[in-house]
Design a protein around this ligand. Structure first.
Ligand code: CAA
Length: 379
């Protein structure tokens, strides 16, 4: 593995960095405080090509590799993790899922619009009683001939109210267990589909997370992804890539907190010298820098596996586990380094600490990543 970045990869990283600093930083505190969806910012991200980075140019995407996606995700997440989760779900769950497993008709119909930001998508797996235990789907999709009838509720759906299409996982044949699960593309304006209120969250507050309810929603059979019974495998394969996106988000949250802490520690004085000259602070920064470097290498390794058509289930779970745990630790230390200033919103690190928490939960909790990793290494 050689992680020397190409000229193009460096350009993507630097463009994302400039964009985040120039376009996302302003107003990020207020958007978080007011739970305000970053509509203008997401539109600009779409214009920059950040919403369909890995989609083939044939379907209107950027045709970039996963390493470029990781680099861009880190830079966007340093400044606004609400924007980066919207970007991550659209890229690595919705666009990737459709491009990899969708029919030609599905790809033509949705990918151009998803890549251009004309629409965004959501991924509906979690339910009130099926979060980590994803095979226990209660939402039903009954085969009615040329359509399926969907009934049930999905919870914690990122892009819940702003999405125009939903990838929905549902149980068609309970007797077949996970082999009776299907995945569908469901359009928002389908009769019987309703969106719940925006959740009032600890972090990533400006991204919209809602429930989605299905009451006798008719979904045409042509909207099913792949053959009957492929839905659980679809969800698992799609999440393998999604976890690279969330790992990079956690990495960005951590490196954003680190950069702010490094700057603060060089400016703030205590006991007659800059606090970075006190070993207690210098060692915290040394740990942060080391852990961020490890996390970045794990993200790049998982991305490299994916780009080289290798199995990346293990490396994506390792990257997500490590980066999420370190994001929580590093952002907490960042607040500590900032002292009282770290506890107020204007200094950003308290928001980064709140945002870090969700990376240990969504797209598979840290405990789920340990299940995936341990099963893989015990084989
Ligand atoms: N690729 C392909 N197939 C896979 C797979 C993978 N990565 N992982 C499991 N499978 C297959 C298994 O081979 C098995 O099939 P067979 O019986 O044919 O062999 C089947 O799926 C069931 O697998 P398990 O027996 O391992 O199932 P399990 O009940 O033990 O659970 C799990 C496995 C890994 C814990 C899974 O339930 C899981 O990943 N849970 C977490 C769910 C999750 O990540 N949710 C996130 C919600 S989405 C989100 O957060 C998006 C957002 O908005 C930000």
């Amino acid at each position: 593995m050689d992680f020397t970045l190409s000229t193009e990869q460096k350009l993507i990283r630097d463009t994302a960095r400039d964009f985040a600093q120039n376009e996302l930083l302003e107003g990020v505190v207020e958007r978080d405080e007011n739970k305000q969806f970053p509509k203008i910012q997401i539109q600009k991200m779409a214009e920059m090509g950040f919403l369909g980075m890995m989609v083939s140019p044939k379907y209107g995407g950027g045709g970039m590799d996963t390493i470029s996606y990781v680099l861009a995700m880190e830079e966007i997440s340093k400044v606004d993790a609400s924007c980066s989760v919207i970007m991550s779900v659209n890229n690595s769950l919705v666009c990737w899922g459709i491009e990899k497993y969708g029919s030609e008709e599905q790809k033509e119909k949705y990918l151009h619009r998803l890549s251009s930001g004309e629409i965004i998508g959501a991924f509906c797996l979690s339910e009130p009683e099926a979060g980590s235990d994803a095979t226990s789907q209660r939402t039903t999709a009954i085969d009615k001939g040329d359509y399926y009838l969907l009934n049930g509720t999905k919870n914690w759906i990122t892009n819940g109210s702003s999405a125009s299409i939903y990838l929905v996982i549902a149980q068609t044949d309970i007797d077949k267990g996970h082999k009776g699960i299907n995945a569908f593309i469901v359009e928002k304006d389908t009769p019987g589909l309703t969106v719940g209120p925006k959740e009032n969250k600890l972090g990533i507050r400006s991204s919209d997370t809602t429930s989605i309810m299905f009451a006798d929603v008719k979904v045409p059979k042509k909207n099913r992804i792949q053959e009957d019974g492929f839905g659980f495998k679809f969800a698992m394969k799609t999440l393998e890539g999604g976890r690279i996106g969330i790992a990079s988000q956690a990495l960005g949250i951590a490196s954003g907190a680190y950069e702010l802490s490094l700057k603060y520690a060089q400016e703030r004085k205590a006991f007659g010298k800059e606090i970075i000259k006190h070993q207690a602070i210098a060692f915290k920064l040394a740990d942060m820098a080391t852990e961020i470097d490890c996390g970045r290498l794990l993200c790049l390794k998982a991305a490299w596996h994916k780009d080289n058509n290798m199995n990346y289930a293990l490396s994506s779970s390792m990257a997500k586990l490590y980066c999420a745990e370190k994001a929580m630790k590093i952002t907490t230390e960042a607040v500590q380094i900032h002292g009282g200033y770290g506890f107020v919103k204007e200094y950003h690190v308290e928001r980064l600490m709140r945002d870090a928490k969700i990376t240990q939960i969504y797209e598979g909790t840290s405990e789920i990543q340990k299940i995936v990793i341990s099963r893989s290494i015990l084989k």
